[in-house]
Design a protein around this ligand. Structure first.
Ligand code: UTP
Length: 303
């Protein structure tokens, strides 16, 4: 095994959640409510994401917020009034659920003054992150808690010192919805590939593979300098992909883990509905009843 000169052997301990976008694909719901706070069963999307970070040992979480989105931070505060009422009622289960949100992680926040792109949103995290590798978790997707992804990404980044991405295998016809990677085999096992290039939303004919970039990244601190030098790209936005491509060209190792578990994409109505249904069916408290209703509904959709 070869290790990179920049590899620290230490796992990243901070996460950044960019959540300052306009969420146009979910309008009008997202005019006043951040898409990150839409409930999946009875927890907001953002809570699943912070739980994912915490389960991977990351308890320093920076939320990048923007105009009209500060309510996201409130979700992780204590609510003594609500807790007192639940205590009075003896509702210990809900009391534990409410308290848990404020105990998951240390939540920090910073502002992206204008939504100038994902790269720009990561860039505003520079002073909080400092000179260490860190994880980025997009605010509208999460993976199944029984099939964690982040721990293996953090371990791999500690070994390579470079960029670690995660990929989903998509149908060839779907490549134009994703960032797609060109790859070669790596020395780190069958599910880890070496990334040789990244293309934003290629047509099926132009796609170099069917490996789509998922919203989890572990990045070295050199990304901040690269972001500073990145000019607005597609859609006039400062793209994280462009900054990563610049580091790749300069010799930073870039690897990707092929994720074979389940990813929930709640950034638009169809994916959101699928996440709600799939996670409701899995819930021990309401899964059986919901599943029975759903089966009947599917057999007789008008009812
Ligand atoms: P998306 O590409 O989903 O953009 O961003 P969006 O604005 O949220 O949604 P659409 O495409 O208009 O429907 C992926 C993640 O990056 C954040 C978003 O909040 C989301 O979590 N983001 C995007 C920012 O924080 N700032 C930006 O300028 C852009």
């Amino acid at each position: 095994m070869t290790t990179n000169a920049h590899a620290s052997g230490r796992r990243a301990v901070k996460a950044v959640i960019p959540a300052a976008g306009l969420a146009t694909r979910f309008l009008p719901a997202t005019k006043a409510v951040p898409k990150e706070l839409l409930p999946v069963v009875d927890r907001p999307v953002l809570q699943y994401i912070v739980e994912e970070a915490a389960a991977a040992g990351i308890t320093d979480v920076l939320l990048v917020t923007g105009r009209g989105k500060t309510s996201m931070v409130d979700h992780f505060d204590r609510r003594p009034d609500v807790e007192a009422r639940l205590e009075e009622k003896g509702d210990t289960e809900r009391l534990a659920a409410v308290r848990r949100t404020s105990e998951l992680a240390d939540i920090y926040t910073c502002r992206q003054g204008e939504p100038l792109g994902l790269g720009h949103a990561v860039g505003v995290a520079a002073s909080h992150v400092g000179d260490s590798a860190f994880a980025v978790l997009l605010g509208d997707e999460f993976v199944d808690e029984e099939e964690p992804l982040l721990p293996s990404m953090l371990d791999l980044q500690a070994r390579t010192g470079g960029i670690v991405l995660a990929f989903l295998e998509v149908e060839p016809s779907e490549t134009s919805r994703y960032g797609i990677a060109s790859v070669s085999p790596s020395e780190y096992g069958d599910d880890v590939v070496q990334v040789t290039g990244l293309v934003e939303k290629p047509s099926p004919a132009e796609a170099p593979s069917n490996l789509a970039v998922l919203g989890r990244y572990v990045l070295p601190p050199t990304i901040f300098e690269a972001i500073n030098h990145t000019k607005p790209g597609s859609g006039g936005e400062i793209q994280l992909t462009d900054a990563m491509a610049a580091l790749l060209n300069d010799g930073t190792p870039v690897h990707g883990i092929i994720y074979r578990g389940h990813r929930y994409d709640t950034g638009m109505p169809l994916g959101y509905l699928q996440a709600v249904v799939q996670l409701a069916v899995k819930r021990p408290d309401l899964g059986a009843e919901f599943h029975a209703w759903l089966t009947e509904f599917v057999g007789n959709p008008k009812g």
